[in-house]
Write a protein that binds this ligand. Sequence first.
Ligand SMILES: Nc1ncnc2c1ncn2[C@@H]1O[C@H](COP(=O)(O)OP(=O)(O)O)[C@@H](O)[C@H]1O
Ligand SMILES: [Mg+2]
Length: 426
Amino acid sequence: MSEDLTGRRLGQYKIDEALGKGGMSVLYRATDVRLGRKVALKVMGEHITGDTEFRERFVDEARNTAAIDHANVVPLYDFGEIDGMLYIAMRLVEGSDLAHRISDGAIAPQRALELLDQIAGALDTLHEQGLVHLDLKPANVLVTDREAAAEHVYLADFGLTRRGATGHRTSSGDFLGSPTYAAPEHLRGEPVDGRTDLYALACMLFACLTGRPPFQGDVQQVIQGHLNTEPPAVTSQVVLPSSIDDVLRRGMAKQADRRYGTCKELLAAARTALSAVARPEVPPPARPTGPSAPQHRTPPQYVPQPQAPPPQAAGYRPPGPQPGPPQGYAPAYRQSRPLPPPGQDPVRLRPPMPAQSAAPLARRSSGNARWVVPLMVVGAVLVLVVIFIVMATSGGSGSSSPEPSSSYETSEFGQVPTVVPTVGGG
Ligand SMILES: Nc1ncnc2c1ncn2[C@@H]1O[C@H](COP(=O)(O)OP(=O)(O)O)[C@@H](O)[C@H]1O
Ligand SMILES: [Mg+2]
């Protein structure tokens, strides 16, 4: 297992603190003493430096990162090998990753669109160059609020990025990556292209809007979901216009040729679908469930939106202990803290996501319960008042919004690939 290099020098880099440890590498905050600037230094784990395949992957990661000149791709500063250790130096993003940002629950639709639109632009550029990221997930989206008035987002971790249609498996044929956001063709080991990333982007939009990924459970359940199950409707979980379900269903179509043509197109469709949201700057209210929920379903567009504290107020988050980053990585702005315990070693595969991502995301429902219930009561009262006024003025009738249903077949999806759960890796 890799030792902690904190306090040591690696060439021109003074290693200040370990930010986290993945299956293949350790990420450090470091100082480039020649230039006097802070950097994020990703050092390949010593335990796999002798593995030719993973060495090649690490070199590929550096090359792919350097190949993309885009404002939303984390800039690569340097790549090299010192004392037998491969490293990548890149811009230190002061902020946190998107997994951390959604670990407390859904984020506001407007914010989700702004953040993911930047990622969509980066991905389209990647795809134009014939590259496919293949590891798109919230932990690989770095969000900073220090650079501009608006939040700036960087796409990171090109460790699985490949050119062309192959290379998404290890030489032994194992799936490499995390299945939580993985497209069916990726899980099956079939050819991949930009639409594979687009599927993952749609899953991420789903996660931003609801606070949880579309398919949850153990690894096999998640994989079966992607392969054979229609994704749940976002509107079954939160109050949003039903047209967003159609957008996400197309983005997550099992067959790649039924998806949007580009990631920007997906985001444009989502923006249109969400344009009717009354308060896009606050997270969507959870859809009432359980015995206390009102018995009727009202179209989301017409539901008076419960008042929530402004999004910038830190107090908006439900009270109680705030969970840490779900990936075992401390965001760069955080204070140093002990590294997570070492995992299996040697590591050949990255871990499946559900255990890491679903747990913090799942905390949302119980954490929010304290404020959701009063808000639901207020909302229900307002709905009754509106219905009363409408009936009094026009003698009109109520309406209901049926949940959209599937528009594609899922019968042909076959074999479940082998996924070997291992440690680390965000
Ligand atoms: N340039 C960076 N600046 C700040 N934090 C970063 C940077 N790159 C990555 N991170 C953080 O470290 C985590 C792991 O980095 P990543 O490159 O994804 O490694 P891995 O291959 O182990 O997943 C990310 O999820 C993110 O939280
Ligand atoms: Mg990662």
